[in-house]
Write a protein of this length. Structure first.
Length: 183
């Protein structure tokens, strides 16, 4: 096997499994440990996500990691604005932002719980306890912009700089539905 083929094999394993071990690769590919070390050295210089660790290598995930696709609009779900909803059947629905999460809450009748990411601190908060800032000047995803905060004081400070209207969960749902209704 040529070096380029070996390195492609190693890179594919890293992408698939997130880590590789020198010993395993050496046995699988029928080459010395030193050859695998040289391949890992080369790969780590070509791709910043490949990091050598004791006995092998790992592939770091790009930040911010994407959870998946938004169940409402289909956009990628970044961790900073993610909303996670749980249904009666145990299905987990992801939303890319509070706007889409609130629309999902309004349009589905099988949602039993929900968590949101605080826009400033990136901490997970219960949707019932969250404070929402609607139509601020900061539009991070869908429109009208809805940002989620775990603390009303943080929401008020953010509002002072960027405008918008502060709302609890029920009022935020009403506002988003109002803005999205065509009639």
């Amino acid at each position: 096997m040529l070096a380029i083929e070996r390195r492609e094999y190693i890179l594919n394993r890293l992408r698939k499994e997130g880590r590789v071990q020198v010993r395993e690769l050496s046995q699988e590919l029928g080459v010395s440990h030193m050859t695998i070390h040289r391949d890992l050295d080369y790969l780590s210089t070509q791709d910043d996500r490949v990091k050598k660790v004791f006995g092998g290598a790992i592939m770091e995930r790009p930040y911010p990691p994407e959870v998946g696709k938004c169940a409402m609009c289909g956009k990628p779900v970044p961790t900073r604005t993610a909303i996670s909803l749980q249904t009666f059947s145990g299905e987990r629905l992801e939303a890319c932002c509070a706007h889409c999460g609130l629309l999902l809450l309004e349009t589905r009748d099988d949602i039993v719980s929900g968590m949101a990411t605080d826009y400033i601190l990136e901490r997970v908060v219960n949707l019932k306890a969250a404070v929402f800032l609607i139509e601020s000047d900061v539009v991070v995803c869908c429109s009208p912009s809805v940002l989620c905060f775990g603390d009303e004081e943080h929401a008020r400070r953010f509002q002072q700089g960027f405008g918008g209207e502060i709302a609890d969960l029920d009022e935020a749902k009403k506002q988003v539905v109002f803005h999205m209704t065509l009639s």
